[in-house]
Design a protein around this ligand. Structure first.
Ligand SMILES: [Zn+2]
Length: 248
């Protein structure tokens, strides 16, 4: 029997109150609620294609980065990094769970680093982080903070060896770091409860993570309905930042 929204909230609260090993999967919805832009949104894609004559996906690819670093960085700084957001109530609720010792990992495809900003101890950033930039010269490999990249004119270069700086995010065409994938798989295999936040079961991160989870305490909170949502044990259609703080 399908639960009403109120019943689902109560049941989710009960599950989270008992769980000892929770893993949260954070999708684009969680950062959009904090002010980020969704680059998969059609209107955004049309505007980018109009202005840059390429899709966001083409620009953010390893091929474009290698062949046109100047144009890549123009887009990266003017669009991708201009996408400022700060952690909202979703993140403070997750931090409460972390402080209580029950949140074992946050797995995310967002690169904004909001989980780390609030101090969550175990964060697996599958697509890397805009905060972890490094010198492309492998014998140098100096690390640079986000502000350094933002403040450099044109293509940012290393202040030691003058090689171009590589953004810390995963570009299209690149594989996800194997070690991070293994850690994510292990965290999900050990979890007694998984929270899917601001995304759905069509998301490849969610599919990968859930293929390693055998439990029956899968809670989905997402504003947008999707036909695969019924795969979850508890489904709550609402903004994550309005619901999660009520549950923990
Ligand atoms: Zn260097």
């Amino acid at each position: 029997m399908e639960l009403s929204k109120e019943e689902s909230i109560l049941r989710a609260k009960e599950i989270l109150g008992e769980a000892q090993n929770i893993v949260a999967l954070l999708g684009v919805g969680t950062v959009m609620e904090c002010g980020a832009i969704n680059y998969l949104n059609n209107e955004v894609i049309y505007r980018i294609e109009d202005e840059y004559h390429r899709s966001p996906e083409e620009i953010m690819s390893t091929g474009f980065y290698s062949s046109r670093p100047d144009r890549f960085y123009k887009y990266y700084k003017d669009e991708y990094l201009a996408d400022h957001c700060t952690p909202g109530e979703t993140y403070t609720a997750l931090k409460r769970m972390d402080d209580a010792g029950v949140l074992k990992a946050c797995i995310t495809t967002n690169t904004h680093g909001l989980e780390k900003i609030v101090g969550i101890h175990k964060v697996l950033e599958l697509y890397g982080s805009r905060h972890l930039n490094y010198c492309s010269n492998t014998s140098c490999y100096k690390r640079f903070p986000l502000e350094y990249v933002e403040n450099c004119k044109g293509v940012p270069t290393c202040d030691v060896c003058h090689s171009p700086i590589r953004p810390g995010i995963r570009l299209y065409g690149e594989r996800i770091d194997n070690m991070v994938m293994t850690e994510a798989a292990n965290a999900c295999a050990e979890a007694d409860c998984i929270l899917v936040l601001g995304t759905n079961f069509y998301d490849s991160m969610v599919r990968f993570c859930l293929s390693h989870y055998e439990g029956d305490k899968l809670i989905l909170i997402s504003k947008h309905e999707h036909f695969r949502d019924k795969q979850a044990d508890i489904v709550i259609h609402d903004t994550v930042q309005d619901i999660l703080p009520k549950l923990v």
